[in-house]
Write a protein that binds this ligand. Structure first.
Ligand code: ADP
Ligand code: MG
Length: 156
């Protein structure tokens, strides 16, 4: 089993696919979200966080770097590293604490945290295509492979 590629025609499809990601991850793991500004990383994150059961707003963490969510027993952290000047800044934020307890950690602009962030379970690359978005899911390790095996059956 390797990666999965799929096409999402509009914003609603991106949010819905995020809900499927929430279900397969069951609220645990590390996901890197790659793609240019406006690709849809925050939109997909919103779908994932809503899929975990969060009913309030999902703000872009562009200025706060991280937005935390607690939904029942599930903890999710949505990061946007776009404004980081140096990956070392993540140490001052206490980044290691976020990985305890096997929370779901979503990273926009993960390349800005190179050397500090752990290896992800899954990298999702989003690119504009024909008015919608093309998503490439690349698993890195057994957990991400298992998620992709489930999703591959739905998005053939
Ligand atoms: P990023 O976080 O990658 O900078 P955002 O999620 O903030 O991007 O913005 C993505 C933009 O693309 C939004 O205007 C959203 O409505 C739009 N969008 C999201 N998914 C799709 C899709 N599948 N097709 C077309 N437009 C989309
Ligand atoms: Mg964003």
């Amino acid at each position: 089993m390797s990666g999965v590629t799929l096409f999402l025609a509009d914003e609603a499809a991106t949010v819905d696919f995020g809900k499927r990601i929430a279900e397969v991850t069951k609220g645990h793991g590390v996901i890197f979200l790659e793609g240019d500004l406006g690709a849809g990383k925050t939109t997909l994150s919103r779908g994932i966080i809503r899929g975990l059961g969060h009913t309030g707003a999902v703000k872009s963490p562009t200025f706060t770097v991280v937005e935390p969510y607690t939904i029942g027993d599930t903890h999710a952290y949505h990061f946007d590293l776009y404004r980081l000047v140096d990956p070392e800044e993540l140490e001052f934020l206490g980044i290691r604490d976020y990985f305890e307890g096997d929370a779901l950690c979503l990273f926009e602009w993960p390349e800005k945290g190179a050397g500090i962030l752990p290896k992800p379970d899954l990298t999702i690359t989003i690119s504009p295509q024909a008015g919608g978005r093309s998503l490439k899911l690349s698993p890195q390790g057994a957990r991400g492979e298992a998620w992709c095996a489930v999703l591959a059956l739905e998005f053939k």
